[in-house]
Design a protein around this ligand. Sequence first.
Ligand code: COA
Length: 260
Amino acid sequence: MSESPLARRDLDGIRVLTVSRPDKLNALDSATLDALHAAFDQAAEDASVRVVVLTGAGPKAFVAGADIAEMADLRPTEGRDFSLRGQRLMRRIETLPKPVIGMLNGFALGGGLELAMACHLRIAADTARLGQPEISLGLIPGFGGTQRLPRLAGRAATLELCLLGAPISAERALQLGIVNRVVAADELEAETMKVAAQLAQAAPLALRGALDAVNVGGECGIEEGLQYESAQFGLMFSTDDMREGTRAFLERRKPVFSGR
Ligand code: COA
């Protein structure tokens, strides 16, 4: 039996998913895309999972892109299907009803940057390199990069990354708004798990409401987005967690959220 391209471990409500093809710098072939999709489906359904951390195995790469060996001989319709398969995964992650943190431990190139951009938060090692180098293969980004990068970093930076293809440093990615934080490589895991632990303690229905409002609001006009926000805000008043959170504040104690 071939080894699974994805490792999974759980710790106090935090599910850590690790893309595990280090000898191929964790490149995304079809089997890895499918394993990731199944893993995110499971994480969505498992109430014990409050937050997901996504990373890559080995010291060198988060994910160095879609698998070039698998793509090399594809025909046009197969290329489109491969793109759609990747896009479906990214959308699955982006619309997950719980937060996903991308822990960028090295190269996040092509499909690797697209995977990172589908996460809700990104924390990068100062040694990470990010880019959309598809142009050097005679390709363009196909897992959502042309759509998510401008939403994060604007048109100028997107065109620079996609047209020139050169990777950028984690620090530059931070300036461009592509990542949320940059930390020393040897502190990456501890820092990321600290953020994950905070999210694992937060009110899950409020996290979900915020994720939904940002996702829906990002795709519609301001009026519709604001209405959606109000509806989500109102919905929070039906939760035990909202009562607990407001009471705990007034009673000067730490809230304990139940997820109801
Ligand atoms: N797809 C398939 N295999 C990949 C890969 C990818 N996207 N990225 C790296 N690999 C493989 C290499 O082929 C090599 O395999 P091998 O040892 O069997 O020959 C192995 O991973 C190590 O990569 P290597 O290129 O030797 O490492 P490096 O340190 O010299 O360079 C990179 C690292 C990331 C600069 C380089 O691997 C690279 O440019 N990768 C492709 C990035 C890319 O274009 N991604 C977008 C794809 S659409």
